[in-house]
Write a protein that binds this ligand. Sequence first.
Ligand code: ZN
Length: 399
Amino acid sequence: MIDHRRLGRELDLFASDPLSGAGLPFWLPAGAAARHAVEEYLRELERRAGYQHVHTPPLGRRELFDLSGHLGYFAGDMFPPMRLSADDEFVLRPALCPHHALVYRARGRSYRELPLRVAELGGMYRAERSGVLGGLSRVRAISLNDAHNFCALEQVGAEVAEILGLIGAAHAALGVRIAGYRLSLRGPGEKYVGDEEQWHRAEDLLRAALAGIDHTEAPGEAAFYGPKIDIQVRDAAGREFTLSTIQLDFDKPERFDLSYVDAGGARRRPVMVHRSLVGSMERLFAYLIEEHAGAFPVWYAPVQVVVLPLDDRQGGPAAEFARDCVHAGLRVEVDGAGSLGARIRDAARRRIPYVAVVGPREAAEGRVSLRQRDGRLLDPLPTSAALDLLTAAARPPLG
Ligand SMILES: [Zn+2]
């Protein structure tokens, strides 16, 4: 069976070390290159959709998380606070929402600014027990693709619909196969904040957004502050987990006393929509590695093309073509050692999408021969045409 931990080792994507701790893997250059490409794509997708990106720190004072409700409702999943002095305790954050609420209220807001979409690919922490940790799928340090969309109540329906569209675009680009949509609701015996009316209103809004979409309802899977739409995927072992999520929150705007001035000059409370297009980078890649068996789409493949001179005499033209590829934004390597067959096999083992062979004839004519990951050979192309083909293939599908 495909296991992202085994492929992660074979393809040098990530590693971990008992010395640095369980659930704290590190990304090796190949994995980091793929992740970086995905992060850039997400930032651009969000930028085009009107999101504003911020940076906020992964820890904050205890009082911030008292106010947000996390220490009251979520402390069991958090690392214990760190005391610097008698009146100064810090918390590794379990979510980005409290900081984004502070971003919102950093100045006065007008209805003209809404929906205000605050996005960040930021760090957060969960005190997972060591028994459940494994590879990238369950970690203690998490990098979340996150955003909080502050809207007027009457904007929530359209905003959720738009987010569902963005999630669909991201899934198509990344090659995500979803297992289903889930409306996650309150369950018995758990702690939730907010009053009945808020919960009913939020549930009605999410149900309306899911009208016409096949979905299940899951009592007990809501966030402590509100119901959510979860988009589920399955790993190679058949286990289902949440990749993308949209959550409605009437509670945090109250707690943080968020407001905006409406068209009539009155002060009103916004609704906070928490959303993640693809979840955390760790879980996303645990899934993508298995889903693609390591053969990522060209645009986020760690190495997109490997240049193979037939022998030392083509070393110059091969290096020159590789340099052109680097300048065109491609991730490229040159492999000049060993037989051509062995080098082609090695590129296949590493799931590199393109091999560019430079033999004596290609070198003399200023051409390269491209071979695709599926074994298909293209006729030798002038280097500029090959470069155009590769850069087009490597472009993330932003539409
Ligand atoms: Zn949030």
